[in-house]
Ligand binder design. Structure first.
Ligand SMILES: O=C(O)C(=O)C[C@]1(C(=O)O)C=C[C@@H](O)C=C1
Length: 307
């Protein structure tokens, strides 16, 4: 599929199919200014970015269930910070529904299908109302609903429910909402990263994400050869001291291609104290200086994006 073939609008990749929360988050930011191109997985959203498909939206964190692991795994890829960049974020209020084939009752449900984040965000509801149902992770909330609507999944659709957005029942007429608002937390919200191919790719007019004086840095390891890396772990406290920026969050994933139990850190940094530019160093310059200090200290890092 050539994403830009039938439109003059730039294309945007999102976790599909149509009706996911990623789709809704992307629409909140970009509206009708882009052509929406669904992808099967979060990893595919990252992989699909190119000059022909310049925008992407991926979930990053939920305020009750935590970091989206698949996104942080993808952020380990060397293309991020080289070809593709994070340029902003969107926060979406997420309300989950239990969706079934028309006529199915709560006592008929043996399997609950959804994205693992959604299953995690509805843990209390599931423990209370469906304690014996098996929880089946799917690529997205909307793909869970699609499986039940089309009957293409591994289970009899009349024994299944999906956790997804209420928008889904406007797409599949053989589905209905059995229960609304089943998420555990009040104000359940997910934050999504906005990605672009190329660090200076322009946004459609009126769709520019607000500047926040924030950045995401990946701490790749210590400079040196493979042997040095094996013997020395990154001292994250020293890295933070050297950066001397406000640390907004820290995430950690196992490093790829180095010895067992080595870590990659992701530091979201900001410049909260000086949001008036008067007298303060411009944010990017301040950040470049901090990155220079890291290099001088022998720490390999990659700027994954700033906004
Ligand atoms: O499956 C979807 O609808 C998604 O867009 C993914 C996702 C996530 O990974 O966090 C997005 C928002 C909700 O937190 C649940 C699932």
């Amino acid at each position: 599929m050539n994403p830009a073939s039938d439109s003059t609008r730039p294309a945007l990749a999102f976790l599909g199919p149509v009706g996911t929360f990623s789709h809704q988050a992307a629409y909140e930011c970009f509206g009708p200014s882009v052509e929406y191109v669904p992808q099967h997985t979060i990893g595919d959203v990252f992989q699909s970015l190119s000059p022909h498909l310049p925008f992407g939206v991926v979930p990053q964190e939920n305020n009750t269930n935590g970091s989206v692991v698949e996104t942080y795994n993808s952020l380990r890829d060397s293309a991020i910070g080289h070809d593709n960049f994070i340029r902003g974020y969107i926060v979406l209020t997420v309300s989950h529904c239990l969706v079934i084939r028309r006529g199915v009752k709560l006592e008929d449900i043996k399997h609950v299908l959804s994205h693992e984040q959604a299953l995690g965000q509805c843990r209390s509801f599931l423990a209370l109302h469906l304690p014996r149902a098996s929880l089946v992770p799917t690529d997205s909330t909307a793909s869970a609903a699609e499986e039940i609507a089309t009957g293409t999944g591994a289970f009899d659709p009349y024994t299944c429910a999906a956790i997804c957005s209420s928008i889904i029942v406007t797409i599949y007429k053989n589905l209905e909402v059995l229960q609304e608002g089943i998420q555990d937390g009040e104000g359940n919200s997910t934050r999504f990263f906005i990605l672009t191919n190329g660090s200076d790719r322009g946004f459609p007019p009126d769709r520019i994400p607000p500047a926040q004086r924030q950045a995401l840095i990946r701490i790749d390891g210590l400079a040196g050869n493979q042997t040095t890396r094996k013997s020395k772990r990154v001292d994250i406290r020293r890295v933070i001291d050297t950066l001397d920026l406000d640390i907004l969050r820290i995430d950690r994933r196992p490093a790829l291609h180095v010895s067992t139990f080595q870590d990659i850190y992701f530091l979201e940094v900001g410049d909260m104290g000086s949001d008036d530019e008067n007298g303060a160093l411009p944010w990017l310059e301040k950040f470049s200086q901090a990155k220079g200090r890291l290099e001088a200290a022998g720490v390999e890092s990659t700027l994954l994006g700033h906004w």
